[in-house]
Design a protein around this ligand. Structure first.
Ligand SMILES: NC(=O)c1ccc[n+]([C@@H]2O[C@H](COP(=O)([O-])OP(=O)(O)OC[C@H]3O[C@@H](n4cnc5c(N)ncnc54)[C@H](O)[C@@H]3O)[C@@H](O)[C@H]2O)c1
Length: 253
């Protein structure tokens, strides 16, 4: 179904949309029909590739180069969304960067700051801008944060990333409670390790033990999209403040 066939397509903004998970989620949601997409990332070229991946779905697509650590740029992307589509129904705060590998005493202050600016404040900026729009909408909206099992369990040698993801999980819960009355649901997905540019840099020597810590093995972006689909859809209308662990069993022991 295209937006022209449906009086009110849902409008979904995804950050980190040019990455592995962002692209897979865009494809899944576009494939469900009656969905228009705003795809945000750092690179226009890689955004075009994601837009091409959904071109046959019938979705209208707006791409925006946005650095999520820049509050004004995120505000502009949300304003452009409302200008173009008149609403914002679903925000997926998905942009993130992995820490350089090292124990806590070897992590420079710049690495902590980078994680806070991109992984955490990027989510804060997205949430703030989206809530301002969604509060005025009859149906509220759904905000989905891509967190990580590393925000729930200790993932050694990446403390700045883990701490930033833990902050994202707690922000999710507070926002869920603050905005429930305005029908804005806020949830997060906590993936285990899956294939992407981010994990391509994991040293080969570390892979066997990392794989062994996932009883179902390492994942692929496609293994995660169902959780995003549920949280973006009406079946999750009574779900808020949840941390959806999708991790091949990593966090179970
Ligand atoms: N890959 C994993 O194993 C794994 C596990 C748990 C959580 N995650 C999370 O999943 C999300 C998606 O990551 P991925 O694995 O698809 O990696 P990816 O590197 O393929 O995608 C991340 C995307 O975020 C974008 N990005 C980075 N900084 C940005 C910024 N300042 N502004 C806007 N965009 C920015 C990158 O350009 C990239 O396209 C991230 O939040 C990541 O932390 C990944």
């Amino acid at each position: 179904m295209t937006s022209s066939e449906n009086a009110r397509s849902r409008v979904v903004l995804i950050t980190g949309a040019a990455g592995a998970l962002g692209t897979a989620v865009a494809e899944r949601l576009a494939g469900e029909g009656a969905t228009d997409l705003v795809l945000c990332d750092l690179s226009a070229e890689r955004l075009d590739a994601t837009a091409s991946a959904v071109k046959d779905s019938g979705s209208q697509v707006l791409t925006r180069v946005v650095d999520v650590s820049d509050a004004a740029a995120v505000d502009e992307a949300v304003a452009a969304t409302v200008d173009r589509f008149g609403q914002l129904d679903v925000l997926i705060n998905n942009a993130g960067v992995l820490s350089s590998s090292g124990r806590i005493h070897n992590q420079p202050p710049e690495e902590w700051e980078r994680q806070l600016k991109v992984t955490f404040m990027g989510t804060v900026h997205g949430t703030t801008a989206a809530v301002r729009v969604m509060r005025k909408q009859d149906g509220g909206g759904s905000i989905i944060n891509t967190a990580s099992v590393s925000g729930l369990t200790a993932w050694p040698y990446a403390a700045p990333y883990c701490a930033a993801k833990a902050a994202v999980i707690h922000l999710t819960k507070v926002a869920a409670v603050e905005y429930a009355k305005e029908r804005i649901r806020v949830n997060c997905v906590c993936p285990g390790t899956f294939e992407s540019a981010m994990t391509a840099d994991i040293p080969e020597g570390a892979l066997p033990s990392l794989t062994a810590r996932h009883p179902l093995g390492l994942g692929k972006p496609e293994d995660l999209v169902g959780a995003f689909s549920y949280l973006a859809g009406t079946d999750s209308r009574w779900t808020t403040g949840a941390e959806f662990v999708v991790d091949g069993g990593y966090a179970a022991p």
